[in-house]
Design a protein around this ligand. Structure first.
Ligand code: IFM
Length: 450
């Protein structure tokens, strides 16, 4: 039960990161290059040509970072595994030194009493697989299943919460539609194949987990963004439904309902042979929980001729926005959670990412005031609590991110961390938001109403 001013007993409080964004040392101890290593080393692909070569140097400082998690009183840590550390060529040859790094990290977390939530694939793919077409290649699903199986065997019993994929929508949208992430393609027909193979890979990983007798639970993480129509015009409503299908239903409908949304047929280029029925049986393999990453909403209108979606975003100029231009809209978090419950049923949910980039001033005298981030967190945590009060089975919340880090094509200027990282010295400073979050966690939420 949730009390009016606290979260339910057992609610998990955590923070999240991902491998390429924080680890650095991308080629250490026999790791192969990843697609992101190669992409960020291609001039012009990231802001100021930033790479993940050093990032937060977490590969070497992981013990200090775990100590920070412990000092913040967090019960859980969500991180991802770099596939190219485990299989430098994507599949085949196993690099045990890669496994050793994550074993050390898991040991450290266990000593600190922090529960790991481990993501198998958070966008960094072995470059060797990228060379073969990445997720657009049908065999990717099997290679992912093999990689997953290896990790389940290595860490069975030590990891009780596994996530197959993080935000497949971004992998496809940015990698195969917008071309701003690797492999930098712009083809809706490749996008369709990639989306489908990601889903098949997810299904194979879930099957491998069950077949391996995996202890614990396995789920999927999607990013959801509620869509609002700019007006009641039928054309704007149709544009809203199209984008809602593309962003919010593209992965969840197949996983929970065994089919793609009909509205995808209205998108330019979303055509091709029907996929075999057996694929959908695989994709529909039951999962134990769903992770939702929530940042913002979008208001959209019809834009005929604007390929491939025939829709565009309408800026809400009067509303607060983050440094990435994302509208701060906490009500959207509650509406997403309620929508998932209504459409897909009552399964355990986690907010696996939520947070904001703001233009923080550097710390002075060991302090960094980030009132906008504190306000953002407060509003979203209150929205999460409101969803629980309306019956959503929300089990936990992970702030994005533990540390300032490599924000993909945006490089290092966009800072999402609760903890500031001075990239020149690697000094960590807890921002006011980290202290605020610690009080929230300590008080089991009561701090939000103080
Ligand atoms: O930094 C990313 C993360 O890797 C995935 N979800 C969104 C975050 C902020 O853009």
């Amino acid at each position: 039960m949730t009390s009016p001013h606290q979260f339910p007993t057992g609610f998990v409080w955590g923070a999240a990161t991902s491998a390429y964004q924080i680890e650095g040392s991308p080629l250490a101890d026999g790791a192969g290059p990843s697609n992101w290593h190669r992409f960020s080393h291609t001039p012009g692909r990231t802001e100021r040509d930033a790479t993940g070569d050093r990032a937060c140097d977490h590969y070497r400082r992981y013990a200090d970072d775990v100590a920070l998690l412990r000092d913040m009183g967090l019960g859980a840590y969500r991180f991802s595994i770099a596939w190219s550390r485990i299989f430098p060529d994507g599949h085949g040859r196993l690099n045990t030194k890669g496994l050793d790094f994550y074993r050390r990290l898991l040991d450290c977390l266990a000593d600190a009493g922090i529960e790991p939530f481990v993501t198998l694939h958070h966008w960094d793919l072995p470059a060797a697989l990228d060379d073969r077409g990445g997720w657009a290649h049908r065999d990717m699903a099997g290679w992912f299943g093999d990689y997953a199986h290896q990790l389940f065997r290595a860490f069975n019993g030590r990891v009780r919460h596994w996530v197959t994929l993080n935000e497949p929508w971004v992998i496809v949208q940015e990698g195969y539609v917008a071309g701003t992430h690797p492999p930098g393609r712009r083809s809706m027909s490749l996008a369709r194949q990639a989306a489908h193979n990601l889903l098949r890979g997810h299904g194979l990983a879930v099957q491998a987990f069950r077949a391996d007798g995996g202890e614990g639970r396995i789920g999927l993480v999607v990013n959801l963004e509620p869509k609002y129509a700019a007006s009641e015009r039928p054309e704007d409503l149709a544009a809203m439904r199209r984008l809602h299908a593309w962003m919010n239903r593209l992965y969840l409908d197949p996983v929970f309902l065994g089919r793609y949304p009909d509205e995808l047929g209205e998108i330019d280029g979303w055509t091709g042979e029907a996929f075999p029925a057996a694929d959908f049986r695989l994709i529909r393999e039951p999962i134990d929980f769903l992770g939702i990453n929530y940042y913002s909403r979008s208001v959209v209108r019809d834009a005929p001729g604007l390929a491939p979606f025939g829709a565009e975003r309408v800026l809400q100029a009067q509303a607060p926005h983050t440094a990435l231009g994302w509208e701060v809209f906490a009500e959207g978090l509650k509406s997403c959670l309620l929508w998932v419950k209504r459409r897909y049923g009552d399964l355990p949910l986690y907010i696996t990412e939520n947070g904001a980039a703001f233009d923080d001033e550097p710390p002075t005298g060991g302090r960094l005031a980030d009132p906008l981030r504190v306000d953002y967190l407060r509003r979203h945590l209150l929205a999460a609590h409101a969803a629980i009060a309306e019956g959503v089975d929300l089990r936990g919340y992970f702030a994005w991110s533990l540390l300032d880090n490599f924000e993909w094509a945006f490089g290092y200027d966009k800072r999402f961390g609760l903890i500031h990282v001075d990239y020149a010295t690697q000094a960590r400073t807890l921002k006011d938001s980290a202290h605020f979050y610690r009080r929230v966690v300590e008080s089991h939420g009561a701090e939000l109403w103080r």
